[in-house]
Design a protein around this ligand. Structure first.
Ligand code: HEC
Length: 131
């Protein structure tokens, strides 16, 4: 019986450390996922709705229907964003290759965000995803 108790203690120590190891492993793995999440850029089947976190949340704070420094650049709705892109000024502005560097006063959009916008434009600017 005493031996059994000792075995039980050993067993719990071993499973305990196995659990600990798997927890630590889990964390490492999650970090790796985060890492891949940042470096992997999904540009497939991008829709307008996927991009409102840029157009609406960033660009439309300055370029909206009520107030915009440029009447030809209004970024607050699907139709307005399409018309703005069709001026041919938006892609140079976000790539910092035009006269103005957008978004003004903020960091350049990430390479992934720019790739998503370009992929969306090349796909004909769909409003909603196909899938
Ligand atoms: C903080 C305010 C602000 C934000 C945010 C902003 N813009 Fe602008 N934008 C301006 C101003 C000011 C101008 C310059 C207007 C002028 O002097 O003609 C401008 C001009 C532009 C132009 C005209 C460029 C040209 O070559 O004539 C485009 C295109 C543009 N913005 C797109 C964007 C896009 C796309 C975003 C979001 C990624 C954005 N802007 C975010 C303030 C802003």
């Amino acid at each position: 019986m005493k031996n059994f108790a000792r075995l039980a203690v050993y067993f719990s120590i071993i499973t305990g450390s196995a659990l600990l190891v798997s927890l630590v492993d889990g964390c490492t793995f999650q970090n790796e996922e985060d890492y891949f999440g940042e470096t992997y850029c999904d540009t497939i089947d991008v829709s307008y709705e996927d991009l409102t976190y840029i157009f609406t949340d960033i660009c439309a704070t300055c370029h909206n229907s009520i107030i915009t420094p440029r009447p030809d650049i209004v970024m607050d709705s699907y139709e307005n964003v399409k018309a703005s892109i069709n001026t041919g000024l938006v892609l140079p502005a976000i790539n910092h290759s035009g006269d103005y560097k957008m978004p003004q006063g903020r960091d350049k959009l990430s390479t992934c965000d720019i790739s998503k916008i370009e992929a969306w434009v090349n796909a004909g600017m769909p409003e909603i995803s196909e899938n």
